[in-house]
Design a protein around this ligand. Structure first.
Ligand code: C5P
Length: 409
């Protein structure tokens, strides 16, 4: 993890049961070469002792804003200047709310207000607290201000609930901290991708889906992370491991994928829609398994939301890249998609060929943009992903240098 070598990381710990993981986090940040100073809120001290963190960090732990002895040793403004990164793990719902409101009534919130260093929050809370509109609004506000988020993950929670709100595991937090200092062509860029199919239930045991393997999207997520981006991957049901350093959110249906994307849209600079989203879903999901009763069965389908079109219509919008998987008139359909959905780029691929596309490890694609079509790119999905990421990074630089449509042709 060379990105953390000689970096000064201020680790904030707020009150939550996930604080027990913060002890291990200090060790792994130090293993990666960082100097770590810990700041704890009073509630954090109810979960883990300052002595533990002092022993593990090898530095005094900072607790109080108004402690004359601590201020004499290293004042809070000095501490704010010292930090190359402020990582708050766990970040409670209350802490997010206070930072969003600009409150500075304890040492950690004051440091967040006073520091110029990047702020990376690793939320950890009960799933209902995370989903609450107040927390979601705070997350949007903070994301729009450039605050970075690592997680939360979904799964079993200490309180017995299951859902979003678990703090990321320590290796993922270290990877997220590294990505802040990454130096690749997408360093400092927040990329969100969708990948894989979606699954639309007909009854409790049957569903409509497609044969997308997710390989292209996962390869793109890996390539973007390697290029230094902070990557969030919203994955449909696929059997692929998350690439290293990528924050993964699993969903099943198009509606869930849409909600997961729109909830994070303000904290994203580039969106890549690689998922093969089901265009339709059954109008009603039978509560019980449908029995064979007649010679035919009719299932009425209704349209699913178009995720990428909603992303492109959002303001401010990220640089938006779509895929066009076509069986005929590839470039024509890709150009139409670019216009109809308001995208920056469309990656066109011919899925009628059996040697490339859905299940294959290889692919052949063509980049279609408003300024013209690129030459075909062919190779393994990872090689293509790397070339696409290079291309996107290059276009992003041009877009940022010439905002509001002033891109030279
Ligand atoms: O409309 P079509 O499915 O051909 O467009 C493909 C592109 O749109 C892909 O980037 C895909 O991820 C995205 N898409 C989406 N939501 C849908 C359908 C497609 O984001 N409901």
């Amino acid at each position: 993890m060379p990105q953390l070598a000689n970096r000064q990381v201020l680790l904030g710990i707020t009150g939550g049961i996930a604080a027990y993981k913060s002890a291990e986090l200090v060790r792994r940040l130090r293993d990666a070469g960082a100097t770590v100073r810990v700041v704890m809120t009073p509630a954090a001290c109810e979960f883990i002792t300052p002595l533990t963190l002092q022993a593990l960090s090898g530095q005094p732990v900072h607790l109080d804003l108004l402690d004359p002895a601590a201020e004499a040793a290293m004042g809070h403004i000095e501490l704010a200047r010292w930090a190359d990164l402020i990582l708050v793990a766990p970040a409670s719902a209350d802490f997010m709310a206070r930072v969003a409101a600009g409150i500075a009534d304890d040492l950690l919130s004051t440091l967040c207000l006073a520091a110029k260093a990047p702020l990376l929050l690793a939320p950890a809370m009960n799933q209902a607290m995370w989903s609450n509109a107040a927390t979601q609004q705070n997350r949007h506000t903070l994301g729009a201000r450039g605050v970075r988020f690592a997680g939360p993950a979904e799964g079993a929670q200490a309180c017995g609930d299951t859902g979003p709100g678990r703090m990321l595991e320590v290796p993922d937090l270290v990877a997220a901290a590294c990505s802040v200092f990454a130096s690749g062509p997408l360093a400092g860029v927040r990329v969100m991708l969708t990948a894989g199919p979606t699954r639309e239930a007909i009854d409790p045991v049957r569903y409509i889906s497609n044969s997308s393997s997710g390989k292209m999207g996962f390869a793109l997520a890996a390539a973007a992370a390697d290029a230094g981006a902070e990557v969030t991957l919203i994955a449909g049901p696929v059997h692929l491991p998350a690439p290293a350093g990528v924050s993964r959110i699993d969903v099943l249906t198009a509606a869930e994928m849409h909600a997961a994307v729109m909830a994070r849209i303000d904290a994203c600079d580039v969106f890549i829609g690689c998922a093969a989203v089901a265009d339709y879903r059954p109008a009603e999901v039978a509560q019980q398994k449908i029995k064979k009763t007649g010679e035919s069965l009719e299932i009425r389908l209704v349209r699913n939301p178009d995720i990428i079109a909603d992303v492109a219509a959002h303001r401010p919008r990220p640089f938006t890249v779509g895929f066009a998987a076509e069986t005929n008139d590839l470039l024509l359909h890709a150009r139409q998609k670019l216009e109809r959905k308001g995208l920056d780029l469309v990656i066109a691929n011919d899925v009628s060929r059996s040697d490339i596309g859905f299940e294959s490890d290889r692919n052949e694609v063509c980049i279609v943009s408003a300024t013209g079509d690129g030459d075909p790119l062919s190779g393994t999905k990872l090689a293509i992903a790397r070339a696409l990421v290079e291309d996107i990074a290059q276009r992003l630089r041009v877009t940022r240098a010439h905002p509001a449509g002033a891109v030279p042709t």
